[in-house]
Design a protein around this ligand. Structure first.
Ligand SMILES: [Zn+2]
Length: 64
């Protein structure tokens, strides 16, 4: 999930909503934004997914 904002000069910034890091700024095209977002390896998202997995495994093991 990313938050895109547009600058006064028409370029874009994009920020990751998991770690709140600005991934790119002053990007000129949508295509470039998508490319840069895809390249972002998010530590927070990886952690969140890991926790989700553990929760799922745990809840399964508690079912008798
Ligand atoms: Zn991130």
């Amino acid at each position: 999930m990313y938050s895109r904002t547009q600058n006064e000069n028409g370029t874009y910034n994009t920020r990751c909503l998991y770690c709140f890091m600005t991934i790119a700024s002053s990007v000129e095209t949508d295509k470039e934004l998508a490319r840069l977002e895809a390249r972002h390896i998010c530590p927070e998202r990886a952690l969140a997914e890991l926790l989700e997995q553990e929760k799922a495994i745990e809840s399964r093991s508690h079912v008798n």
